[in-house]
Design a protein around this ligand. Structure first.
Ligand code: ADP
Ligand code: MG
Length: 851
């Protein structure tokens, strides 16, 4: 090692001489570390050397990031001290420890030697409740966040032939304290506890020796902790690092900002680590892997071991003990909900077996089958519900609106452009539905800027001309006002009386509107939630349109539909047609399963002449260039947006606040231009004024927060600058970007991130690459997974515990089976469908009041 020591020493000396400027080596100490570590590793003769090399390399890498001479001096002093100690030891040992063929002792140096001496094999413990278990009756702060109170879908409380609905307290060894903890996991009864599934499994037969680990793979290892260190990095963050050895080799695992781990991960502890193998400085490591103390029985039995969600003070070992008992005793009594023919046709495990095997699988194969059955159940319940809604919907009567072609011809003629093929097609689909006496229930999907509004207008004209009323509800006042402005100018010449109703409509005007809606003299109402207030009555509401439907809850959509229930104050016999619109595109296969109760229309063509919005991800240092660019565009007569993530500077997130930035931009950057400001805390008349000024071109640049996100349409604007772009989701960024490129001019979007996480990087890159909303939706789905992609509120469907909506094979067979069952027994009244009926009801209760 002496050569490596000497090289290191020289560099350290030089750095001290130069006053800690990180310049002793071209490219900085970090650069030096990268090649030093290579050579030093080659020279290292034993584990002790290797440990020294790795740790030293890390300190070197960190060095450049330290700010201030003080901190750097301290770091170098301690490095020099380490080096000195190390050299002394080597010299002392040198005569008795020749490097030649003698096998290096498999033990760490004294400095890092753990107490007690690690054993390659786990030691059987005398007590089943080991001390470790006590120690790990833990209270990781993260647990509560990771596993928020969440209830799995409830099996019926009644009927309960076998006593499955007993409280968990009836289980041996479960008292009120543990019961409380189980409740956090969603289990109040034994039945519910059976549905608290493992979040993963450790398959001890598949475990890998450390020496065989490969970069990028997801693995589980078992080993002994040799050493754990905690240190401060990047200011206030704590990095805890452990070296784990399994007899075949060592590997390092690191955890960020979990300082308490330093206490838990004591040297000598035998643990199981699961995670993705990463690399750092050219060697394999684990970053923030999952871990738990080694439980003993799995190694004895070599089984696949379930790992349960943790909750405060209830560790996985304890959960396992409880569930082993419960599953053995109760799983066989879980009533089967699927008819035998379905199970055999689809080759599905019986439910009791599936429950048993998902907790304590005999093999990977039976685990797979058990999961398959349980996933099927979820998707089946989902589909049964959808089909039920669809059926229910279709048994209602709608008002057949046949007044069609002539009316729309006038409308087409009055438009300043001709409709796209897609718009014509969708208008055809809609008018076709409207002409039937079954109420339409349709989802119109179209990317930002695809021209959904004019399609909605066509549908509303048909409704109005047929003697009915239509209502269009938008999620924000800005959007409602904009729709009103745009549509009123198109509709008024056709003799259609349109009004705007929002929270800020003055009281006197509001009274008039109420009266006009109730007596039918108003044909079309455009507005916000104000439309669904209790005191709003329609004379004859035959069509409801909901824009940006994902912004509304199921109950709000329902409330608007219910406005059709009154005609002249009397109970209506007919339901209105419903058109919901969404700019959050969903891959078609998914749409089918999510909106199985809706008909789909797709605007898959952009109006002609749209150019790609040129999108560029800029460094923060290029911000001035973005400003200069915006200025040139304004000078050429265009307008620009600058978006900020938050309204006011907050201590928590130091995002650039729109208010402060607005002032800075107006006074320092663009003193000669007129800037507008709009954010969520303004009164609505202030928002309105700011929007109007921008529409009319009085302001050149609009500084805004995310209130601007949906639907705003100012075709003259060509520049969109998004600050803190990393803080927004992909769909939202795409929406922002869609605010420009709405007119004839080439438009630009500039993304400025204040931090570069891997996730954000993926999003921003995707955005740079494509303008296609559908492609971005698929990407988003891939990054976030369907669970997050569709909030429950967005989709109105129940939360799925195991199933993925991307599981097309099971989704398809679940849909087919659901169709068959509903055909055979529409109300699920047959005695053999009792259990399933009950389950469907419970399952859908979680999604809110849908039916
Ligand atoms: P979105 O689908 O995002 O709601 P809008 O309905 O707001 O889109 O339409 C975006 C812009 O495109 C509007 O300015 C609208 O007037 C314009 N537009 C709509 N249809 C056409 C068309 N066929 N040709 C040209 N411009 C159109
Ligand atoms: Mg729109």
């Amino acid at each position: 090692m002496s050569r490596a020591f000497n090289r290191l020493e020289r560099v350290l000396d030089l750095e001290v001489q130069q006053g800690y400027q990180n310049k002793a080596v071209v490219g900085g100490i970090r650069q030096f570390a990268l090649f030093w570590v290579e050579q030093a590793r080659e020279e290292a003769a034993d584990e002790a050397d290797r440990a020294f090399v790795e740790q030293t390399a890390e300190l070197l890498v960190d060095y450049g990031g330290l700010s201030g001479t003080e901190a750097r001096k301290k770091a170098l002093d301690s490095l020099a001290e380490r080096l000195r100690k190390r050299k002394t030891r080597v010299v002392e040992q040198a005569p008795s420890a020749p490097k030649t063929q003698q096998k290096a002792p498999v033990s760490p140096p004294p400095a890092v030697r753990p107490q007690p001496q690690p054993k390659p094999q786990p030691q059987p413990k005398a007590q089943p409740e080991s001390e470790l278990d006590e120690e790990y009756e833990d209270d990781y702060p993260r647990d509560e966040e990771e596993f928020p109170e969440k209830r799995p879908f409830l099996p019926a409380a009644d009927p309960d032939p076998k006593g499955l609905s007993q409280s968990v307290e009836s289980i041996k060894g479960v008292g009120p304290k543990i019961a409380e903890k189980l409740l956090k996991l969603g289990a109040e009864t034994i039945w519910e506890l059976l549905y608290v599934f493992p979040r993963r499994y450790d398959d001890y037969s598949l475990m890998k020796p450390i020496k065989d680990l490969q970069y990028g793979e997801q693995v589980t290892i078992v080993g002994t902790i040799w050493e754990t260190r905690a240190r401060q990095v990047r200011g206030s963050q704590t990095l805890v690092q452990s070296i784990i050895n399994d007899g075949s080799g060592s590997v390092q695992a690191s955890w960020f900002n979990q300082p308490w781990l330093a206490e838990k991960l004591k040297a000598g502890l035998q643990i199981v680590i699961s995670g993705k193998v990463d690399h750092y400085l050219g060697r394999l490591v684990f970053n923030s892997p999952e871990w738990e103390p080694l439980a003993l029985d799995p190694l004895k039995t070599r089984r696949i071991v379930p790992v349960y969600p943790l909750t405060l003070g209830l560790n996985s070992t304890k959960m396992r003990d409880i569930l082993r008992q419960v599953v053995a005793q109760w799983a066989p009594r879980v009533p089967e909900i699927l008819p035998e023919p379905v199970r055999s046709r689809r080759d599905l495990y019986p439910l009791p077996l599936a429950v048993d095997q998902t907790h304590f699988p005999q093999s990977q194969k039976s685990l797979h089958e058990a999961r398959r059955r349980l996933v099927f159940d979820e998707l089946f319940l989902l589909q049964l519900g959808m089909q039920g809604f669809r059926r229910e919907w279709q048994t209602q009567t709608g008002v057949a609106l046949t007044e069609e072609t002539a009316v729309l011809d006038d409308f087409r003629a009055s438009l300043p452009y001709s409709l796209t093929g897609a718009q014509e097609r969708v208008i055809g689909e809609i008018t076709d539905s409207l002409s039937r006496s079954v109420p339409m229930n349709r989802l119109l999907q179209g990317d930002v800027g695809s021209g959904k509004t004019v399609v909605a207008a066509a549908a509303m004209i048909v409704a109005a001309k047929a003697g009915g009323q239509a209502a269009l509800m938008a999620p924000t006042e800005i959007l409602a006002e904009q729709h009103f402005r745009g549509l009123n100018s198109l509709l008024a010449p056709l003799g259609i009386h349109t009004i705007l109703l929002t929270g800020s409509t003055p009281a006197a005007e509001r009274e008039q509107i109420y009266a006009g809606l109730a007596d039918g003299s108003i044909h079309i109402a455009i507005g916000t939630h104000a439309l669904i207030q209790d005191n709003v009555y329609f004379h004859k509401l035959v069509l409801t349109v909901i824009d940006e439907q994902h912004r509304f809850g199921v109950d709000q959509r329902q409330a608007l539909r219910n406005k059709g229930a009154h005609i002249n104050g009397a109970e209506a016999t007919a339901s209105p047609h419903v058109l919901v619109m969404s700019a959050t595109p969903i891959p078609r296969t998914l749409a089918l399963s999510l909106y199985g109760d809706l008909e789909l229309s797709l605007l898959d063509e952009m109006p002609p002449g749209r150019q790609e919005i040129k999108t560029r991800w800029l460094r923060t240092s290029e911000r001035e260039r973005a400003y200069a660019f915006a200025r040139r565009q304004v000078e050429a007569g265009r307008q620009a947006y600058i978006i900020y993530p938050l309204v006011e500077e907050s201590d928590k997130i130091d995002a650039k606040a729109a208010v402060e930035e607005y002032e800075r931009l107006q006074t320092k950057v663009f003193p000669d231009l007129k800037l507008g400001l709009i954010h969520g805390r303004l009164r609505s008349d202030e928002k309105e004024a700011a929007m109007r000024a921008f529409y009319q071109g009085e302001t050149h640049i609009l500084v805004a927060t995310s209130v601007i996100e949906v639907g705003v349409d100012v075709p003259n604007s060509t520049v969109m600058i998004i600050e803190g772009a990393n803080r927004f989701g992909l769909a939202q960024l795409h929406q922002f970007r869609g605010r420009v490129g709405r007119g004839e001019h080439q438009s630009y979007c500039m993304l400025i991130a204040d931090n570069e996480s891997a996730d954000a990087e993926e999003r921003l890159n995707a955005l740079e690459k494509t303008n296609d909303g559908f492609a971005l939706a698929e990407k988003d789905l891939e990054i976030r997974g369907p669970g997050e992609f569709f909030g429950r509120r967005q989709s109105g469907i129940p939360e799925l515990q195991l199933a993925s909506l991307l599981d097309m094979e099971l989704l398809t067979i679940a849909r087919e089976e659901a169709e068959l069952m509903i055909q055979d027994d529409p109300e699920l009244e047959k005695p053999e469908h009792q259990f399933i009926r009950d389950r469907v009801r419970k399952f859908w209760e979680k999604a809110g009041d849908v039916s």
